[in-house]
Design a protein around this ligand. Structure first.
Ligand code: PLP
Length: 392
């Protein structure tokens, strides 16, 4: 029997639908790769964060089978009880060595890593400074922490400095996406670090989209600063370029030890299956060794810019595999995404509240497994849509 609550929800859902903000899920029948199958049809996909094309790599699948035989499929407990495996431990050591930080700590997801770091390091009496376009998980973490939460306009370092300069907070924590997830642009890490030095703040970098992709050998956006600064808390995810699942935080020993003692999203949850750490050790070796994957991405980005350069819609400036084609209105963005889908190409329409109103976009994400013909196919359909748009 419908009650008042379900009636209320029905109303909210309907208004969402009217505003073209309703979200639907796709159910992939194939592994995550550039050609996926959904409801029996094959699509060319520009939707995943599998930037290096590792999510379905045969060597990682083999490592998963081997890992399952060695460690089973479940951790069976949290890290502080008996769920911490030698596989987790070996991966943490490998990640610290790879990124150049003294110590690393695994979390189940990036969402949980951000929640854990921010709430363990900031609380009442402290202030968090955050870029307006940061990932939702960082914003949620800041709200939960009960610290004062100040958001500055995207990349506006002058505004940030004004806020830092007047702050009386006991502890200051500056948090930023290193690569912004919906725009693909990169934070000015050196300038942010200089501000942190000047105003005695910590710098937390969320490098979900840079790890494996940017930096020497894919070490990520923060790696070049790791040796110079003890102020950086580096977070990266392992479900994107690394192709598997999970996340880690790398920083000074005291910070990592504090997280082990205090990060609630680390302590009060079951450890990830150790077999995944076993796979990730192999994935890390491929990230480090397969320079060609990053070179291929660079070529694909150049090619995409050529393909869509003449369109009425503009790509945001981005040197990363995240390429945002700004359309503007929700319905137009959805329409283009739907037409692409009819032509067998998946490009997600990203709408508010994920991005600001009036900036709805196609978020094209590239993978080293794409080839030039894939990019050409996408470009041809978009140009065709652009021409039809004129004649209407
Ligand atoms: C994906 C993402 C996260 C969350 O990582 P998960 O491992 O998927 O939970 C955090 N921050 C940014 C910037 C992301 O893009």
């Amino acid at each position: 029997m419908p009650n008042e609550l379900t009636e209320q929800l029905r109303g909210e859902l309907l208004s969402r639908e009217k505003e073209k903000l309703y979200r639907h899920r796709l159910a992939l029948e194939s592994p995550q790769q550039t050609h996926v199958s959904i409801a029996g049809c094959e699509y060319l996909s520009f939707c995943s964060n599998d930037y290096l094309g590792l999510a379905n790599h045969p060597q990682l699948i083999a490592a998963a089978c081997d890992g399952a035989r060695r460690y089973g499929v479940g951790a069976g407990a949290s890290h502080l009880i008996s769920g911490h495996s030698s596989a987790h431990h070996a991966l943490e050591e490998a990640l610290a060595r790879f990124t150049g930080f003294p110590q690393a700590l695994l979390f189940s997801t990036g969402y949980m890593a951000n929640a854990g770091v921010v709430t363990a390091l900031a609380g009442r009496g402290d202030t968090i400074f955050a870029d307006k376009l940061n990932h939702a998980s960082l914003n949620d973490a800041a709200v939960v922490s009960r610290a004062k939460f100040i958001r500055y306009p995207h990349l506006d370092l002058a505004a940030l400095e004004r806020q830092l300069a007047v702050s009386q907070a006991k502890r200051k924590l500056l948090i930023t996406d290193a690569v912004f997830s919906m725009d693909g642009d990169v934070a000015p890490v050196a300038a942010l670090l200089a501000l942190c030095e000047k105003y005695d703040a910590w710098l937390m970098l969320d490098d979900a989209h840079g790890f494996g992709v940017l930096g020497s050998r894919g070490r990520g956006t923060g790696s070049q600063f790791a040796i110079d600064s003890q102020r950086i808390i580096y977070m990266a995810t392992l479900g994107k370029a690394a192709g598997v699942f999970g996340a880690f935080v790398a920083a000074e020993r005291e910070i990592i030890e504090t997280l082990i003692q205090r990060a609630r999203s680390y302590i009060y949850t079951t450890a990830t299956p150790p077999m995944l750490s076993h796979v990730l050790l192999k994935s890390l070796a491929m990230i480090e060794g397969d320079e060609w994957r990053r070179e291929k991405l660079t070529q694909l980005i150049v090619q995409l810019k050529k393909e869509v350069g003449s369109l009425r819609w503009q790509l945001l400036p981005s040197a990363t595999p995240i390429q945002a084609l700004i359309i503007g209105e929700n319905d137009k963005t959805l329409e283009i995404s739907a037409t692409l889908r009819e032509k067998g190409i998946l490009v997600p329409a990203i709408r508010p509240p994920t991005v600001a109103r009036g900036t709805s976009r196609l978020r094209i994400s590239l993978s080293a497994s794409h080839d030039m013909a894939d990019i050409a196919r996408l470009g041809a359909v978009l140009r065709n849509l652009d021409n039809n748009f004129v004649s209407r």
